[in-house]
Design a protein around this ligand. Sequence first.
Ligand code: GDP
Length: 528
Amino acid sequence: MSTLDDAISLRRTFAIISHPDAGKTTLTEKLLLFGGAIQLAGAVRARGEQRRTRSDWMAIEKERGISVSASVMTFEHEGLTFNLLDTPGHEDFSEDTYRTLTAVDSAVMVLDAAKGIETQTLKLFEVCRLRDVPIITFVNKVDREGRDTFDLLHEVEKTLALDVCPVTWPIGMGRDLKGVFDLVRDRVILFDPGRGDHIAEIAVDAPLDSPKLDEAVGKAAAAKLREEVELVRGGYPEFDLDSFRAGHLTPVFFGSALKTFGVAELLRGIGRLAPPPLARKSDKRVVEPNEAKVSGFVFKVQANMDPNHRDRIAFFRICSGRFKRGMKVKHVRSGKLMALVNPVFFLARDRELAEEAFPGDIMGIPNHGQLRIGDTLSETEDLNFLGIPTFAPEVLRRVRLDDPMKAKQLKKALEDLAEEGVSQVFKPIDGSTWIVGVVGALQFDVLTTRIESEYNIKAGFEEAPFVTARWVACDEEAEMKRFMDANKSNMAEDRDGGIVYLARNTWQMNRAQQDFEKVRFTATREQH
Ligand code: GDP
């Protein structure tokens, strides 16, 4: 095997999806802890705190207890390299989350044992399903009273139309939690509640029929476990790797992120089951990860990460080839060559300069705005990776500028921020002021605060007469012109000159579609 093949087989790039409060942040911390960086327990939050003090808009995060920006963490465990892409949990930021999910090969779905599938879990799961992303389930908080385990699994099966296959099984729950039973290795991992935040795991090789099991967890719990395991083994399908990787079956682990319990099993499970970096579709062909030439795409752009530099960081997923620092790649959209001299890695400890990177890895590429979401960088032929969508905004507002002298700066601010992909700017063709669209209304608070703190401009957002936006296209030029002429006060352009129809209400939207049958209205705009 060549080193490129080796590196690919040793990588796992994944995200954690969950409803807010299910325990994603806690689990992330603990996974990093197993990644050999013990001092990092708590660091995910601590790092958040530092960031928050840096600029006001982070105060919104703090105030509302949500994390606004996704980030990337790389850690190693038992010879594997894990790239964990963090996704913001709050529903207002789901667009960012969707795009992040285009850059992973698998996902861990965290459920609260007492709550099961919640609204946001369902939404995120649907995005994964759309892309056939394989899902590993972690039922968290078993140190608290939760729902009946069979019930929970039934809910997962029914709600998500997904086969479930337990890999571990809880022995008791809440105050009676004794441990988990590893169904693959036939052993008990005992829970030691006294050890709090430490790694509270003692494994006992106790096959089900062994009296050691009774000794380890007590006679009653052992009897119950034997009964349950029999039901599990008879009632659920055998684990099938192909079915899992096709997104039809989810292996299920149980544990407590808070008590660092069951987390090692989960991490090993990700290593063992989750696929290494996969082939990716482009507009020309399927790109295999072990091709010699480097290619990849930008799935996220973050502006002003450092207030002293007006730089942006483009988050770039490598899809093929072995990347070396200084390498020149073609920016396919502009046709220009770019030398990647100072890419950064997101090692758990800190941002580090990347010398070398492999398929599945995420690099940060500092730039001045050339790189946009969906852009492909390629050493091979001109191709564009597919499937990174722009979503039609669900809330539209008109920009109000308090100081008209600052119109130019405001335009720049709006465009900069739109580049991050969480908001979109539309310029009505009738010459009226910008309309900004977002997927969730909370974004307007973030935008207002950032425009003030990062650009020193006072601006606000007021009601716009529009409720929804659609990208429009038509194969017949004359028909497109007729449509635009008939709807002058509804037409706008996006940042790239894409034509957008802004509707005042659903009736108007439906009417336009009926009157102009040849015009296509789309709610997402694929970048290519
Ligand atoms: P997130 O919103 O999904 O990132 O959730 P957090 O990781 O911030 O956790 C939400 C709350 O649940 C916090 O108060 C955590 O301390 C708590 N929590 C997380 N995991 C566990 C767990 O395994 N057991 C218990 N009892 N609480 C947990």
